[in-house]
Design a protein around this ligand. Structure first.
Ligand code: CMP
Length: 139
């Protein structure tokens, strides 16, 4: 069974989309196996997005991601990574398919409501970044 990490970003929390995001995932058969609301400081956001260090959007992205509370969740299910990515839509909301979370709710390419891991290795790194074994569940 595959696991992935998703984040309702600060803009998603401000827009009261926590429930909507979780509902889309659950309705598609994904199981929430870890869940919490946190606030990252700049260093924690930089560590999370370290693969993007050096990119032009890195500074702004990590400032945004540490600007307010976020909801982090670990999701489990068959094809969890591709399922969440399908439901989120493309990073750039203008390219995202009709009906996807980002197409419906994103403000711009940075404030795009939700994050999801893009591969098995990144999912493992990202889940471990936020959850210890006592915070992950099987049911
Ligand atoms: P996310 O899926 O969280 O992964 C990296 C984030 O960087 C992305 O969503 C966007 O919020 C942000 N970002 C800003 N500009 C870009 C860009 N040009 N390309 C990719 N990601 C970007």
């Amino acid at each position: 069974m595959e696991r992935t990490l998703s984040i309702v970003k600060p803009d998603g929390v401000q827009k009261h989309l926590i429930g909507e995001v979780i509902k889309r995932f659950e309705d598609d058969g994904l199981k929430v196996v870890g869940l919490k609301m946190i606030s990252m400081d700049k260093k924690e956001a930089e560590g999370f997005y370290s693969v993007h260090r050096g990119k032009p959007f890195y500074e702004s992205l990590t400032t945004f991601m540490s600007s307010g509370p976020v909801v982090v969740m670990a999701l489990e299910g068959e094809g969890a990574i591709s399922k969440t990515r399908e439901l989120m839509g493309a990073t750039d909301h203008k390219q995202a398919k009709e009906g996807t979370l980002r197409r419906q709710y994103a403000t711009n390419i940075e404030r795009n409501v939700v994050h999801g891991s893009d591969a098995l290795e990144t999912a493992a790194f990202e889940i471990k970044y936020f959850f210890n074994s006592l915070e992950m569940f099987e049911y």
